[in-house]
Design a protein. Structure first.
Lengths: 150, 150
């Protein structure tokens, strides 16, 4: 199975930590994990994991979306990191282009409208800007990521 | 040899990435690395490295300063992460309490005044908020951390 972590602009420090934390759980379940993001988001991820223990594959976000649109690649599970409306747009894009089951990872200060707009995706949401602990608790609440693909 | 990474409030996403990147370099040189920070800074670090590949020891910042003041602990090298005046205060605190050689890791938008206030510490500085690449280039410019302790 393979999973995509789709990251938005990294204004909020919890995004990178949550992505690495989820990547580790996915790796342990045997998923092949790809991270997609803009230049800053990917650089944060790769510099946070210089020996590639957690993130083995990273790709530019626009390239990733193009690959999905052209059916060059697809995933079983796609996590979209959402702290603003642009994250909701990426979620809609993935839903339209991919067969992946989608997980909306929602954080920031004002999460309620984002939860509402995430529709039927599996939702992991917590108010979190600088401290990832509330979001981590929600991530830990998922006992099997493979089960979400079914 | 042992090194301390002293982190301030984690408003800026590059801090955690820079700390993990430096920790990896220190580990590879055989340093024992301790990270100190407030609750949010430490949580970001530990959730970014859930298997403890890079950060094996973390301590609350106030506890760390108390331990230095009471001479319960000391370090050969201390990195202070600075993106505001509070970082400069921590640098002054470490200089007054510890025998460690200090490294000022300066980032954010307005770095010039912070560089001036860092005095005789070894300085690693780059304009960086969301993208750690400029700071990483400066970190990579240091060929031996052990040499800085002499």
């Amino acid at each position: 199975m393979n999973a995509l972590l789709m990251m938005g602009c990294p204004e909020l420090p919890v995004q990178t930590a949550a992505a690495l934390y989820i990547a580790n759980k996915l790796n342990r379940e045997g998923f092949e994990v790809t991270a997609a993001g803009n230049n800053a988001a990917i650089s944060l991820l790769l510099n946070s994991d210089p020996e590639k223990h957690y993130i083995k594959k990273a790709i530019d976000l626009d390239r990733c979306i193009a690959n999905l649109a052209e059916k060059k690649t697809d995933f079983d599970l796609c996590f979209v990191f959402i702290h603003s409306d642009s994250g909701i747009s990426y979620l809609a894009t993935v839903k339209s282009l991919s067969k992946a089951k989608t997980v909306a990872v929602i954080f920031g200060k004002d999460i309620e409208p984002l939860i509402k707009e995430s529709g039927d995706s599996y939702i992991i949401a917590a108010k979190a800007v600088h401290n990832p602990t509330p979001l981590r608790a929600k991530i830990d609440g998922v006992k099997s990521w493979a089960a979400l693909t079914k």
